[in-house]
Design a protein around this ligand. Sequence first.
Ligand code: ZN
Length: 135
Amino acid sequence: MLKKIEHIGIAVKDLKKSNELFSKLFGKAFYKVENVESEHVSTSFFMLGESKIELLEASDPDSAIAKFIEKKGEGVHHIAYEVEDIQAEMKRLQAEGFELINKEPKKGADNKLICFLHPKSTNGVLVELCQEMIS
Ligand code: ZN
């Protein structure tokens, strides 16, 4: 079961400028900036009540975010849902016919284990599953 929207990921060209823009929009500052080497992105996170907004800037021209912006421009990139047990959800969703982009959970930003579902199996929406890592 997917528990709630954990965050919405927004692809941006310039993280610094976007941090300023979204700080103004939300009326509050981001609480962290993090580079995710494995995904070639720089991210920042804003907390809004129960949910978060993640801004993503490509740190490499070959990254998925760079390609996304090239094709579609800046904007909503993915919706992330919180799960209790990511392995169990991956198994369940695969059995339901969804296509997993990564076959094993991987380490994402903000201390999470994550897995993406291919948008072609989810009506064009890139879905991220995320499970809090216990550190
Ligand atoms: Zn995300």
